[in-house]
Design a protein around this ligand. Structure first.
Ligand SMILES: Cc1ncc(COP(=O)(O)O)c(C=O)c1O
Length: 448
């Protein structure tokens, strides 16, 4: 019979896990999950874990969701996958129609890929190619924010800016222009998020002014730099950025892979700035956390620049074998149905307030520099010195101690460095949030 121990041993012999120093698993075995229901995961020894991070930010409505399950079972009996060049299917068409309906006005074309990084690659290539088709071949560069994250493939890694993931591969990566982030953690005492984000925009404006002729696009994570320790900024930055991109004829790529689908309080973060980007990248929550799928939404203006006689060789010849996978598209449709039928955005408003309430006690903790929140993302920044914000040396791996402690108490928290965060499925109850906060509190006591 399978047990945690037997499966962990077999796993350790043959598998190589993502974003992991495998040696850590000599002393802290991997946890094999047997089944999951709602916000709860269950391992082979019967221990349960509250999935406080939505299984890497993908799960929106719980595991084994009855609505998505039913849609997928139906889809499975009809069509699982078909080549997406020269062929199509109803779930892909319907999902594209729906995405165009719910994303900001002006986005009217949907290109599918199969994971977040691939969507970022698509957006970068499309932007570059658009300018080339328009006779602006000198536009070859991208502007990105410090502390940003856009994925792990070489193009996506190049436009990201988290040194831990990027530095090793630096010799392989295209050069990008990095602009200091509007990350409000660094605002002056008493300075508002709006004021700080506005002030920081001056650096972006200068960069755009200086490099517009050679820049294709600015790529940005709207409102929250998630992998960059859940750092947050005000929507005013996005409004100003949209205006400046128009002024300098540079595309705006909104990477909503992590923040899309209700995470920041609105269906898409761009809504809070009332802007339409030239490209919007979506993935993660797109299928409710069921299957890998991504989409790049763009404008008719972009689409028309590729629409031409074949012999002019202007077409976008990018592809992935699983582009527009039928099962994944059907899961996406079921996910959007839940948003519409169950008034999720309105309900999340209340849930976000409950999250804030259960986290109140952390504000005064002597090792917490900041508790910040944007919608359904709440982050607690642990530091060595609350007043100077001096961080703990990363080698001490304080976050890992919180992680291990929380697991022993049946909660899956997976801190980013020394930042503990809650990013739960939207079906979490107040009782479960209280449990989460209590375990996080004890975990911090244990780690500091
Ligand atoms: C903002 C953002 N962009 C892109 C990605 C990459 O997505 P994927 O892991 O599906 O390649 C991530 C993943 O965390 C992300 O947070």
């Amino acid at each position: 019979m399978n047990t945690n121990h037997s499966l962990a041993q077999r796993d350790f012999s043959v598998l190589w896990h993502p974003c992991t120093q495998m040696q850590d698993h000599e002393t802290f075995p991997i946890i094999p999950i047997k089944k999951a229901q709602g916000v709860w995961l269950e391992d082979y020894d019967g221990q349960r874990y509250l999935d406080a991070i939505s299984s890497w930010w993908v799960n929106l409505f719980g595991h084994a969701n009855t609505h998505i399950n039913a849609a997928l079972k139906d889809q499975l009996d009809n069509l699982e996958q078909v080549i997406f060049a020269g062929f199509s299917h109803e779930p892909a068409i319907k999902l594209a129609e729906k995405l165009i309906e719910v994303t900001p006005d002006g986005l009217s074309r949907c290109f599918y890929a199969d994971n977040g990084s691939a969507a970022v690659e698509v957006a970068l290539k499309m932007s570059f190619h658009y300018w080339r088709n328009k006779g602006r071949a000198a536009k070859t560069k991208f502007i990105t924010l410090e502390n940003s994250y856009h994925g792990e493939t070489l193009g996506a890694l190049a436009v990201g800016n988290v040194p831990l993931y990027k530095e090793t591969y630096a010799p392989l990566l295209m050069n990008v222009i990095s602009v200091p982030s509007p990350d409000c953690y660094y605002r002056e005492a008493g300075e508002s998020w709006v004021d700080y984000s506005t002030r920081r925009f001056a650096l972006m404006e200068q960069t755009l002014q200086q490099h517009a002729d050679t820049v294709c696009a600015v790529i940005i994570e709207p409102l929250v730099q998630c992998a960059g320790n859940m750092r947050m900024y005000d929507a005013v930055y996005l409004t100003l950025l949209r205006e400046a991109c128009d002024k300098y004829q540079v595309h705006l790529i909104a990477d909503e892979i992590a923040v899309g689908f209700g995470r920041t309080g609105t269906l898409f973060a761009c809504e809070q700035a009332s802007i339409t980007p030239d490209f919007m990248c979506l993935s993660k929550g797109l299928t409710g956390g069921y299957l890998p799928l991504s989409a790049v939404l763009t404008t008719d203006e972009v689409y028309q620049a590729f629409y031409d006689d074949y012999v002019k060789l202007n077409a976008f010849l990018h592809s992935h074998s699983y582009t527009g996978n039928a099962l994944a598209c059907r899961a996406g449709l079921a996910t959007l149905e839940i948003f519409q039928q169950q008034g999720i955005i309105e309900k999340n408003c209340q849930l976000a307030k409950t999250m804030a309430k259960v986290a109140t006690r952390f504000h005064d903790h002597p090792q917490v520099a900041e508790v910040r929140q944007t919608g359904m993302i709440l982050a607690i920044e642990l530091v060595k010195n609350k007043h100077t914000k001096e961080p703990y040396p990363w080698q001490e791996r304080r976050g890992l101690k919180v992680y291990q402690y929380a697991l022993s108490k049946g909660v899956l928290l997976r801190p980013l460095g020394n930042v503990i965060y809650f990013m739960p499925p939207y079906i979490i109850t107040e009782e479960e949030l209280l449990l989460l906060a209590e375990v996080a509190w004890q975990g911090i006591q244990h780690a500091v």
